[in-house]
Design a protein around this ligand. Structure first.
Ligand SMILES: *Cc1c(COP(=O)(O)O)cnc(C)c1O
Length: 370
């Protein structure tokens, strides 16, 4: 065993004749813009999520931006979100001229519900919890706070498609939720794509105009919008992937359980609590490691493509300096940046590859102990 790759994409797309058949049909039809392929994918996705509506957009970022825009978020407004998220969450808020107001996470990698209230100001316009890594944020508590303050909740479910808390899916709690289909997400398309779910008819009508220049129909511009339609080609790939989603989730969960067992007797590694109430989809398999940097180096040298999600906390990034946060503002986010390590996890990973990862980690710590 000399290499454990991170990305399963070449295996995922080894046999895609069915996708090319769909693309050939699309090209012959000329139905490129918000046509049959997009409509079919949206219907199937909404049904899979158990939601009334799904609207495809150009990226995961836009799947967050559009619901906020529909809620009237704009310059001078604040949106409460998590300090340790991926940049796209903040990008979506910032594109509307609003300000991200951060709350720290806990060891679920999602925001601490109990710290939300202290972050609410008269300018707060929405709460955007992020379901990170395949985990689910504490939505019952978040919805209770939001309801009490009359604030809408838009979920960033980009990393947690198909995850559940108390049998209820990530993305089904707030007024709307965005999912990404970027190649690193659960459903990977061949470029960028996102999809928004909602049960709210008015929100849905707004989203469908916002993604298509604000057009209500061919001749009427009802509002000012964007050009961020789901590409028909990506909808064909998305539909093909959606047909495999249960196996993808099952494969990730099996691989994660295998790691959990393999790492259980390595005291230098701490596995995050596996909550009974959560159906975790393991978009990322993350554990907390002692001597993390040395372990990462050892893994890379042993051919294992381990990663850090994310090495520099977002709130400390240069590009976000204007928001005025300082190192130390979010202690759990900071600790995670020092202790986290991500191992490859997906439905194509072999048990032999996982044994190599587990053995490499074990021998690293054994050599340190003696
Ligand atoms: C991937 C991701 C997004 C969306 O990113 P896109 O590249 O625009 O699809 C948003 N939030 C989080 C937490 C993500 O991981």
């Amino acid at each position: 065993m000399n290499k454990v790759r991170y990305s399963p994409l070449p295996q995922q797309f080894a046999d895609v004749d069915a996708v090319f058949d769909g693309i050939r049909e699309l090209v012959a039809s000329g139905d490129f813009t918000l046509g049959k392929a997009v409509g079919e994918f949206e219907l199937a996705f909404a049904e899979k999520m158990g939601m009334k509506h799904a609207s495809g957009v150009g990226s995961g970022t836009d799947s967050l931006k559009l619901p906020l825009k529909a809620l009237g978020v704009g310059p001078g407004d604040e949106v409460i979100t998590c300090a340790n998220t991926f940049i796209a969450t903040v990008g979506a808020i910032n594109e509307l001229g609003a300000r991200p107001v951060f709350v720290d996470c806990d060891d679920t990698f999602c925001l601490r519900a109990e710290e939300i209230e202290a972050a609410i100001t008269p300018r707060t316009k929405a709460i955007m919890p992020v379901h990170l890594t395949g985990e689910v944020a504490n939505m019952p508590a978040i919805m209770e706070i939001a309801t009490r303050h009359g604030l809408p909740v838009v979920e960033d479910a980009c990393q947690s498609m198909m995850s559940e808390l108390d049998g209820k899916k990530a993305g089904s709690w707030g007024i709307a939720a965005g999912f990404s289909m970027h190649p690193l997400k659960l459903i990977n398309v061949w470029g960028d794509a996102g999809i928004i779910v909602t049960d709210d008819d008015a929100m849905n009508a707004n989203l469908r105009m916002l993604r298509n220049h604000g057009l209500a129909n061919r001749d009427e511009v009802k509002i000012l919008g964007y050009n961020t339609r789901l590409d028909s080609l990506q909808a064909i790939v998305g539909s093909w992937m959606l047909g495999q989603i249960d196996e993808i989730v099952a494969g990730r969960r099996e691989a994660a359980a295998f790691y959990d067992r393999g790492f259980a007797d390595t005291p230098e590694l701490r596995i995050p609590e596996r909550r009974q109430s959560v159906l975790h989809t393991y978009l990322l398999y993350i554990v907390f490691a002692e001597e993390r940097d040395a372990l990462l180096e050892h893994c890379l040298q042993s051919g294992i493509e381990a990663k850090i999600h994310y090495p520099v906390p977002l709130y400390q990034q240069e590009g976000l300096a204007r928001f005025g946060y300082r190192a130390g503002d979010f202690p759990t986010t900071d600790r995670h940046a020092r202790e986290m390590i991500t191992f490859p996890v997906d439905s194509y990973l072999s048990r032999a590859e996982q044994e190599h990862v587990i053995g490499t980690v074990r021998s690293f710590y054994e050599s340190r102990r003696t």
